[in-house]
Design a protein around this ligand. Structure first.
Ligand SMILES: Cc1ncc(COP(=O)(O)O)c(C=O)c1O
Ligand SMILES: *[C@@H]1O[C@H](CO)[C@@H](O)[C@H](O)[C@H]1NC(C)=O
Length: 421
């Protein structure tokens, strides 16, 4: 479930879940049972033959999607799902330009490299024709941010004088998006893609209503809106099943991967019938997409999320973790920001709260290794690798959270004693 064991049998609390992928728990008995049962029955036919797992799964998945999002395509990875979404948006609109947010990660395939916005992933070959990025609306490290911008139990330590219901930071970041549209695109768009909460980027949350207004600007220019739910989907944000619902927006295409299969390689996109129809201009074939093993596992994952009450657990344990981490932020100079929603959490580490310079890699490593040695595995991320990422299997308990907090605080104390500036 939430525990990993090393070669000596020592136990570790897994707060990173194979990069937000082991959604319901390592070797969850019900998912393992479903995989075993399918393995004994049928491994593979390709979807040119009918097999019941794919239909059962497509029906289950689309039944938990709102509105007109009723057609599913199954792929093997998140990159492949985003590739398909980009291609579909271009075919449907007849336009080419695609906008994504700086610091975002959407995959490393030749097509998605254009929308991934971390220079360390760019191999230095020409790619990403028609892809443009816009300023990341990061209310902690970005130019603008205030005291109630984000949808989280914890706000930044920034102040502002916005009246209730207005957000100056959101308005400024939207102006940046307008600027990008006016300067860098053909004014006719294929798509805008964004994660509801940035994953690899370091659990960055945008100001409330940013996505809503961004979607409007994109649609005015003929573009489709793509929600990349590879990390935020399947109940992880706690209050809603899908991350886009926390922004009160309705995407045209939703892409999903990672937690969809609890570690089994599978991914999906869900879209409307109209958009799916424009995709029939050419044949599309995918040997493994929607194979019986993946679909049986995927069905069991959806059942377990329901039966084990995991969405609610994300809200309860996630909120507890966030509030406890916020206490550490108030107490330790190097804990710059605590943010997130449900069990999609980031802790951004800084040299000091005045300059907000990223905590250097060696000091990040020291804290990270200390926590590992004491039995807790954190993830790392962010453009400057200075954000601890907490995205555990959604079954962790409040007791696990308290254990993690204690181990993390011990590491902060040890850091303070070791490093002098
Ligand atoms: C938000 C997001 N989209 C897409 C991807 C790409 O998924 P995959 O690694 O399965 O190709 C990732 C992977 O980290 C991701 O975090
Ligand atoms: C972050 O880590 C990656 C992988 O280790 C590395 O390639 C990259 O240069 C680092 N980025 C920064 C800003 O240090």
């Amino acid at each position: 479930m939430q525990w990993l064991f090393d070669h000596t049998g020592k136990r570790y609390l897994d707060l990173f879940a194979g990069i937000v992928t082991v959604s319901v728990g390592h070797c969850h008995p019900k998912v393992t049972e479903a995989a075993k049962k399918q393995m004994e029955r049928l491994w593979h036919t390709t979807n040119i033959y009918l097999h019941s797992p794919i239909h059962k799964y497509a029906e289950k998945l689309t039944s938990i999607m709102p509105g007109k999002l009723k057609v599913a395509f199954l792929t093997n990875s998140g990159s492949e799902a985003n590739d398909l979404a980009m291609l579909m948006a271009r075919l449907h609109t007849g336009n080419f330009d695609i906008i994504s947010l700086r610091s975002g990660y959407h995959g490393a395939s030749p097509y998605t490299l254009g929308i991934t916005s971390h220079s360390s992933y760019k191999p230095g070959l020409a790619n990403g024709f028609g892809c443009h990025t816009t300023m990341c609306p990061d209310v902690f490290r970005g130019i603008w941010g205030g005291s109630h911008c984000r949808d989280s139990p914890v706000q930044t330590m920034r102040t502002c004088s916005c009246s209730p219901g207005s957000c100056n930071a959101k308005d400024r970041y939207i102006e940046q998006l307008k600027d990008t549209l006016d300067t860098s695109t053909t004014r006719k768009l294929a798509a805008f893609i964004a994660e509801p909460i940035m994953g690899v980027g370091g659990a960055i949350q945008y100001p409330k209503n940013f996505l809503k207004e961004a979607y409007e600007l994109i649609r005015e220019r003929g573009g489709l809106c793509i929600a990349d739910e590879v990390q935020t989907g399947f109940g992880r944000t706690g209050s809603h099943y899908w991350g886009f619902q926390t922004h009160d927006v309705m995407p045209d295409i939703v892409t999903m991967a990672k937690g969809i299969g609890n570690g089994f390689p599978m991914a999906a996109i869900v879209t409307t019938e109209e958009i799916a129809d424009s995709f029939s201009k050419a044949l599309y074939f995918n040997t493994f997409g929607g194979n019986p093993m993946a679909c049986s596992v995927g069905s069991a994952v959806l059942d377990v999320i329901e039966e084990d009450g995991l969405q609610n657990n994300c809200a309860l344990v996630g909120t507890h973790l966030l509030l406890e981490l916020a206490k550490l932020r108030d107490k330790y100079e190097i804990v710059g920001d605590v943010r997130g929603k449900g069990l999609m959490i980031g802790v951004e580490m800084v040299k000091d709260k005045k300059t907000l310079q990223p905590l250097p890699a060696d000091e990040m490593g020291l804290i990270w290794e200390e926590c590992k040695d004491n039995g807790v595995l954190f993830g790392k991320g962010g453009l400057y690798n200075n954000t601890f990422r907490i995205k555990p299997p959604m079954c962790i308990t409040k007791e696990d959270a308290d254990f993690a907090i204690a181990v993390f605080e011990d590491a902060l104390i040890k850091h303070k004693a070791t490093i002098s500036r």
